[in-house]
Write a protein that binds this ligand. Structure first.
Ligand SMILES: [Ca+2]
Length: 476
């Protein structure tokens, strides 16, 4: 690997030759615990998301976009590094669950990002971008807000508003003032976190220099628990729930629906601000989530949800808008995963790929512009050597086929997502040849990325296999 400092010098020398003007601005919107069925444009009838639906109507909506993990930290690390969590050895939410007597002992994984890697914001910064972070970080040692070297500002962001070690708002008022977050105005009693972060993001836009392109990385704390929304919105959805005909088993939670309406309003304000500034035409907006929703009613019918091992845990909404480049009202069913954003945004910014970085990502720019309807890459992987709601597992999607391997006992599940998108029919026993072929690919990949595996646990207590934190059986 080229030493990071050498890479910085090489890239910087190229960038000095190139004027920054004309490069598109980038607004990356990452929603926490977002279900595949949470937006109107993805089928939601209870949640109301007019601004997000408009964003999709003005751009492209993906139907096979994935997070690289079923929980927060590894998914976020994959976006920022362009590498699979398995390669980073950052495979669980920080700080993870402690299952001391489970059948398997989890590996010694990393609870922080390596400084040796060149992350997406660092690469864009080298390319002349100003970089700003808003919201949830959750990529540093648990309970160590003193470790400033792990904050966003030490990983390529010029400014950090709100990011710290927290997985969720933990200030005195949680989603309401006071917030207790870095560089975020605590406001007055009753002020709501999503609104205050949006104000800060708009304040950043106000201060941007027109000749400097920017990355606005807005990592919403919403809609992670605790489910808390402004009282007027809770009242609105409480009333709506009373007469709601719930044909598709949506999650009728007034607080969560209110959180999503606040999110939608935030996105509407940012889009309006870009238009008001006259820079909307030269700004790419990407909206996605870090892992599935935290309730079975959020996934649009996909099996399972956050922290499990099936599609509902990792399939995410993905909407992209880039006027003049992405066709209005377009749709794409090509497979995309969180590691792809890094090389995609480099290409959009007119920057060369970086040697030794973003190893597991592929630019989806050809999908966005319509040059291609699918990437040559047909295989995606997941690796979770931990206990959560699921037991430790690995998974591979190869075209329409998906195989899940559970590490405790080697049990396999095989699904044909084309005919069975909701993973109702396990074909592992009916199609042992296909299962074996996919398993071989999955194991080969684990070797290639040096994935950490769980090991037999000498402290395992017979009869207490650790299970999962909710005591539910694996699977739906
Ligand atoms: Ca999350």
């Amino acid at each position: 690997m080229i030493p990071k400092i050498g890479l910085l010098l090489i890239v910087a020398s190229f960038q000095l030759l190139e004027a920054a003007g004309g490069k598109p601005n980038i607004v990356f919107l990452l929603v926490d615990d977002l279900g595949w069925g949470d937006f109107g444009c993805y089928g939601a009838k209870f949640n109301e998301t007019p601004n997000i639906d408009k964003l999709a109507a003005d751009g492209m909506r993906f139907s096979n976009a994935y997070s690289a993990a079923t929980v927060c930290s590894p998914s976020r690390a994959a976006i920022l590094s362009g590498c699979y969590p398995a390669r980073l050895h950052l495979t669980d939410w920080i700080a993870g669950h402690n299952q001391p007597t489970a059948k398997l002992a989890i590996p010694d994984w990393k609870m922080k990002l390596d400084h040796e890697r060149v992350l997406l914001p660092e690469a864009l910064k080298m390319g002349g971008y100003s970089t700003a972070f808003f919201g949830k970080w959750h990529l540093m040692p648990h309970g160590r807000p003193d470790m400033k070297e792990h904050f966003p500002t030490h990983h390529g962001f010029d400014i950090n508003i709100g990011g710290r070690e927290w997985a969720q708002p933990k200030g005195p008022g949680q989603y309401f003032s006071p917030f207790g977050m870095p560089n975020l105005d605590d406001g007055k009693p009753g002020d709501y976190l999503t609104d205050k972060l949006t104000e800060a993001a708009i304040g950043f836009l106000d201060q941007t220099k027109r000749d400097t392109p920017f990355l606005l990385y807005f990592s919403y704390y919403t809609v992670h628990t605790p489910l808390m929304a402004p009282p007027a919105l809770v009242a609105k959805y409480t009333a709506k729930a009373k007469d709601f005909k719930n044909d598709k088993n949506e999650f009728l939670n007034p607080a969560r629906a209110g959180m999503i309406e606040s999110l939608d309003a935030s996105i509407g304000r940012i889009v309006a601000k870009l238009e008001e500034m006259g820079i909307a035409e030269n700004t790419v907006i990407i909206l996605t989530g870090d892992n599935g929703g935290d309730d079975p009613g959020t996934t649009g019918g996909l099996r399972d949800f956050k922290g499990w091992s099936h599609e509902g845990a990792v399939r995410e909404p993905l909407i992209a808008k880039w006027p003049g480049k992405i066709a209005r009202g377009s749709a794409c069913d090509g497979m995309v995963i969180g590691t792809d954003f890094y090389p995609t945004l480099l290409e959009i910014a007119g920057l060369d790929p970086l040697p030794d970085q973003h190893k597991d990502g592929i630019s989806i720019a050809p999908l966005l512009t319509g040059a291609k309807t699918a990437l040559e890459r047909k295989i995606l992987y997941w690796h979770y050597p931990h206990y959560h709601r699921t037991k430790p597992y690995g998974a591979i999607r190869d075209g329409d086929w998906k195989l899940i391997e559970f590490f405790e006992d080697g049990r396999l599940e095989l699904f044909d997502l084309k005919s069975d998108p909701y993973e109702r029919k396990d074909l592992a026993e009916m199609k042992p040849g296909m299962a074996a072929e996919l398993l071989a690919k999955l194991r080969k990949w684990r070797q290639d990325v040096d994935a950490q595996m769980p090991t037999p646990n000498p402290r395992h207590t017979s009869g207490k296999d650790g299970g999962n934190r909710n005591g539910k059986p694996a699977g739906k």
